[in-house]
Design a protein around this ligand. Structure first.
Ligand code: HEM
Length: 461
């Protein structure tokens, strides 16, 4: 049995010579500003399981070994907490968010939020996704550049507002859209993302200070959300198929409905977790498809085999090469580099190591997806690898796993496929970025630097 002491005797970040003997602060800044290089350096030096120390986070074990991930994901979920380790996003989503909950409350809330993202309801979302994609892309002009991430964010935000909130076009819809984008833009620069990591920087020093601006936008957004909740309640409109209706009509064991603050926090969670992530994945997909002409060719061949405009959305979602392109996009640069932390509620053994209660375990999606033993030539974008073999949920995990697995995974994949199929079958696009793009931090996720610059060469129909 390998004792924890022996892991401790492996070099830790703090003990390292040459550049790694830095303060926690410097380590944190480096991992925020140059995440890829730093993570890869750490893995090269310490292997698939190592300790690391970052500011605002307790000491944690970073894991990129599928066997260890399997042990973790198949263990009893009651052994871990995650919500308490996600405090960093509390300012965005509020304390009642699913992401911050643990134990029974987490299980109950997940049960409530899961069904609308599966099965028959998905088909209905297909038309919404198509309509919104057409509406947003119709604003593109031939020859005029546009930023893919912004356009994709416009699409994914509207998709969430209509399918999750059940909102119709109108003044409030436009206001929510605008304020939310501005609010998330507070963290759109790697440096401004540090605001989330350092609590000491979260000071409202007036309307022009970065945190002050964020707080004011959040207040405005809260007002808009509460107005929507009140209006629905007053008009008795809580029987719709959208998630807001569902949450408003839900009752707990004592027969009590969710409070307005609880409703607000779950709506913010869907908005926050659901739209920017999907938009970033779509921007990356458009980048790779236009960066590699052979990928575009192959995809067009497949898309041309069916009538995309009239096809059943489910038939589009089953196209094998389109699926492989989406998977490879999420493999090579996953939007979330890490799963939520798993914090040990009791002592545990993992891969023969004795780990003490309270230890933070962080599965690193990025490093797992970059393993050459699972993905030969990991830096190459090669969708074919997803046609040649199946990867286990411990090898390919862009949506995390076990009891915290992303509840929007099927929805996000569905949206990605429909948006891409629609755009590619109606527009011939050109990539304007001439150098390879790298992921940069946006808040707690990672997006292509510059957002991917594209231009319409030709409108096809
Ligand atoms: C490409 C898009 C997306 C990616 C890459 C992504 C990724 C992730 C990841 C890695 C986790 C953590 C899982 C874990 O720790 O095991 C997560 C959790 C979550 N995601 Fe997503 N997500 C995406 C889209 C969405 C969408 C569309 C929604 C909802 C509308 C959503 C809602 C959530 C929620 C609520 C959680 C928390 C689950 C829990 O704590 O039980 N995500 N997501």
């Amino acid at each position: 049995m390998i004792k924890l002491k022996e892991i401790t005797s492996q070099p830790t970040v703090a003990q390292l010579p040459n550049g790694f003997q830095e303060s926690k602060w410097l380590q944190t800044i480096k991992i925020i500003l140059q995440p890829l290089q730093n993570l890869e350096n750490l893995r090269q030096r310490y292997g698939d399981i190592f300790y690391s120390e970052f500011n605002s986070f307790p000491t944690q074990i970073i894991i990129s070994d599928p066997q260890a991930i399997q042990e973790l994901f198949t263990a009893d979920p009651k052994l871990f907490e995650s919500g308490s380790g996600n405090e960093i996003i509390q300012p965005l989503v509020g304390g009642n968010s699913l992401i911050l909950l643990d134990g029974d409350r987490h299980v109950q809330q997940r049960k409530l939020l899961m069904p609308p993202f599966h099965g028959e309801r998905m088909r209905a979302y297909g038309q919404i996704i198509r309509d919104i994609t057409e509406q947003v892309s119709s604003q593109w002009t031939v020859g005029k550049p546009f930023v893919a991430r912004s356009s994709m964010q416009d699409i994914s935000l509207q998709v969430i507002l209509r399918s999750v909130f059940g909102l119709k076009e109108g003044e409030r819809y436009q206001q929510i859209k605008q304020v939310l984008v501005e609010m998330l833009n507070t963290f759109n620069h790697p440096l401004s993302a540090t605001l989330l990591f350092f609590k000491s920087l979260q000071k409202d020093l007036g309307a022009w200070s970065p945190w002050g601006k964020f707080v004011r936008r959040r207040q405005l957004l809260d007002q808009l959300i509460y107005q929507e909740i009140n209006e629905r309640r007053e008009q008795g409109k809580i029987d719709g198929e959208d998630i807001l209706s569902l949450l408003m009509s839900a009752r707990d064991e004592a027969g009590q409905p969710m409070t307005d603050v609880e409703l607000r926090d779950e709506l913010m969670t869907m908005l926050f977790a659901g739209h920017e992530t999907t938009a970033i994945a779509l921007a990356w997909a458009l980048y790779w498809i236009h960066y590699l002409p052979e990928v575009r060719e192959k995809l067009l061949q497949e898309l041309n085999s069916i009538d995309i405009t009239n096809a059943d959305p489910m038939a589009i979602a089953q196209l094998p090469y389109l699926n492989a392109v989406c998977c490879e996009t999420l493999r090579i640069y996953p939007v979330a580099f890490f799963c939520f932390p798993r914090i040990l509620r009791t002592d545990m053994q993992l891969m023969g190591y004795d780990l003490p209660k309270g230890m933070y375990l962080s599965v690193c999606v990025y490093l797992t997806h970059q393993r050459p033993d699972i993905y030969p030539e990991p830096k190459r974008f090669r969708p074919e690898r997803f046609l040649e073999r199946q990867f286990s949920p411990y090898e390919f995990l862009p949506f995390g796993g076990a009891n915290r697995r992303c509840i929007g995974a099927a929805f996000a994949m569905f949206e990605m496929k429909l948006v891409l199929a629609n755009i590619l079958s109606h527009y011939s696009l050109e990539l304007l970025d001439k150098v390879p793009l790298q992921p940069v931090r946006r808040g707690i996720v990672f997006a292509p630097s510059g957002g991917v610059h594209l231009a319409v060469k030709e409108k096809l129909s």
